[in-house]
Design a binder for this molecule. Sequence first.
Ligand code: NAD
Ligand code: LMR
Length: 323
Amino acid sequence: MKGFQVAVLGAAGGIGQPLSLLLKLNARVSKLHLYDVAPITPGVGVDLSHCDTSSTCVGFAGQDALIPCLTGCDLVIIPAGVPRKPGMTRDDLFNINAGIVKTLVEGIAKACPNAFVAIISNPVNSTVPIAAEILKANGVYDKRRLFGVTTLDVVRARRFVAEKANGVVRPEDVDIPVVGGHAGKTILPLLSQVAPAGCLSQLSQADVQALTARIQDAGTEVVEAKAGGGSATLSMAYAAAQFAESCLRALSGESVVECAYVDSTVVEGLNFFASKVKLGPTGAEEVFGLGPLSPFEQEGLTQLKAELKGSIDKGVAFVSAAA
Ligand code: NAD
Ligand code: LMR
């Protein structure tokens, strides 16, 4: 199996450490590079390097180490940045995380401009447009290679659908597109398209609305349960490891379908949008349309447009203002 060089930026954090562990266990990873501003990062690298898998693992700390960390990488995953506390929206993280993502993507533009880039840092609805603008400004933007990671929304939807289906389907066998963006009402699960078809047929319209709301508010559910201690880390690491595996399979020549927040023409007026995409060796080779929506989903799509457009525009304006 071909091995790939993968970097995690923000590797010493709540997501970064378990994600790095899962990547150390992935046989498709030959070199694992961990980067963070936290001084513990080389130690995290030494710790993981003792796991008896074939890949090597090195930790890099501090800004001077960013370019050495990134050079030669095929896939870069970014969970760097601050998480929410109760009462905050993801957009409340913009002022800190926008600058962090900008700096890290500037490094990617210089050191590994052909890498797949997967952004976890919130607000994803804005940080991905920021990354696109930075890559454009450096003349290396390939829209097929930039992804906002929305896999956790799909993971949650699979799990919650299986709970509602009363045991007729296992979570891992549920297929459900979650489209739009990654914040509140911009997260739009298409429950009408769930497979196996009919597994939710016993649900009333009120049940469908409640299940939709639970998926949309699941991040907040974790933030409140952690009561000031951060947001989802372990389920996010699990979801990001799934997305990374799909990217590495795609880089190996396989065709893989995943939901992701990408440069898109699926919905007029929204330059970034999450939907199913076909991943291949060059990145998102096809961005799929939404398919038939229920009236409730159509209304949800109408409702999310203004917020998502505002978040995209805010990211673009941030980079213009900094130029
Ligand atoms: P955390 O605070 O535990 O870890 C963040 C890490 O980023 C820390 O180790 C910190 O040192 C590092 N960091 C800060 N500035 C940096 C920089 N300039 N360069 C490199 N590293 C830097 O936070 P966390 O719980 O791991 O969450 C990280 C981010 O992921 C947050 O923005 C959170 O909102 C987001 N998140 C997104 C999703 C999603 O579905 N996309 C899910 C969960 C969390
Ligand atoms: C999530 O969905 O869990 C993340 O976006 C973190 C958050 O702030 O909710």
